[in-house]
Design a protein around this ligand. Sequence first.
Ligand code: MN
Length: 230
Amino acid sequence: MPQIAIAPCRRMTDYLEAVRRSGGEPFELDYHRDAPAKVLQEAAGLMLTGGGDIDPALYGEAPHPSFQASEPGRDEYEVALIRAAATAKLPIFAICRGMQVLNVALGGTLVQDIPTQVSGAADHSVPDPRYHLAHEVWVTKGSQLAEVMAEKLDGDACQVNSRHHQAVKEVAPGWEISATAPDGVIEAIEQRGDIFRVAVQWHPENFWRTGEFRPLFEAFIDAARQRKAL
Ligand code: MN
């Protein structure tokens, strides 16, 4: 089974379960133990997980009043890891904060606080995203996300859960928007090409029991398996 490195997260259970159910062997990274160079030697794929705000200094902005520094050392570790993985052509699947830190690590910026900075925004923060769908997303025609999720889409749309107050603003160079919410908030980005590089703002891992987003996990694990076979 391909080894999937998973960035540290306080809510790890559903990520582990979703990866296992799709044929991957997850291992949890530790900031202190797992230097990026070592991770790249051992992992066939990198999964980036949810969490708190990213230090806005990393994309050249002063902090919004809502900013809360959450986990010391996590930003720096993940930025180094993402840059190394991007160069090493490792398949990457990024979720929620994972999408945000990936975008920042590769040169993009963030909306720091959707409720105060996006006029007419929907509610992107529901009480329990394990069980509550929050809003629709419109998936970009011709994107890798559209191809992978084809059988689950209703036209170009699908329903997602949501637990975020930040979002991607300027997309990192070489990446493209692959889904947006009806209020304009960017909900997924991807790097076109032959490596699996997809990032989503919602929490597909919460749906491992019912499988709404299993095709995404399976496409990621398949890409990791092919890399391992090289
Ligand atoms: Mn959302």
